[in-house]
Design a protein around this ligand. Structure first.
Ligand SMILES: [Zn+2]
Length: 205
């Protein structure tokens, strides 16, 4: 289903069962897999690759050099930037063109979710099943299952495949979901390691 007000390039590939809503724009060379939902006013830039069963909410902007794997959730008004050195002109005042531009590739891995209004700086990887909080400004890679929040975004915990926050289990790096009982082995949080070291130092260990 492509809404009559959407603008889909004849050079874009759209998978079976995908719905593209009002005023969305899908540019040339973009690929959107099967069974996706592309919300109102979404922009999908040239060559952007989107997997299957991806939900892209209203007004999200997916600029080029972006790959989104299967099952990803992209909240409303999310922005994927694609220029680490943004300038309109050279130091001499000449207008910069696409040929002057060094794009940074961004990858969003399987099952990850990006909260409303988050901004993802280019050249990063958002790990499998990671969760980016609403309004976060992501400037570093996010590990698998990582929960990041804030501006700039910091790793504050881990989430389950079911998106609930994991609780630490006995033994370093062991985590468990209180909702569905899945267990995980993931690195201890950087802050916790620092706090533990500080405690040991204070004790004179
Ligand atoms: Zn769970």
């Amino acid at each position: 289903m492509i809404h009559p007000t959407a603008e889909v390039s004849p050079e874009a590939r759209i998978g079976r069962g995908t719905r593209i809503w009002h005023e969305a724009q899908v540019r040339e060379g973009a690929v959107v897999g099967a069974d996706c939902n592309v919300g109102k006013g979404v922009y999908i830039g040239p060559g952007v690759v989107v997997g299957e069963r991806v939900k892209i909410q209203n007004r999200a902007s997916l600029y080029p050099n972006l790959t989104v794997e299967d099952g990803v959730f992209i909240g409303p008004h999310v922005v994927f930037t694609n220029d680490r050195y943004p300038r309109s002109i050279t130091p001499e005042g000449r207008l910069l063109t696409d040929a002057d531009w060094e794009p940074g590739a961004t990858l969003v891995r399987h099952g990850a979710s990006i909260g409303a209004g988050a901004v993802i700086i280019c050249g990063l990887t958002i790990g499998r099943w990671a969760l980016v909080g609403a309004g976060a400004l992501v400037t570093h890679d996010v590990p698998d299952h990582g929960l990041v929040m804030g501006a700039p975004a910091r790793l504050v915990g881990y989430v389950c495949d079911c998106a609930r926050k994991l609780e630490p289990e006995k033994g370093p790096g062991h985590w468990r979901c209180p909702a569905c009982g899945r267990t995980f082995e993931l690195a201890p949080l950087p802050g916790r390691v620092r706090r533990r070291r500080a405690r040991l130092t204070a004790r004179g260990a």
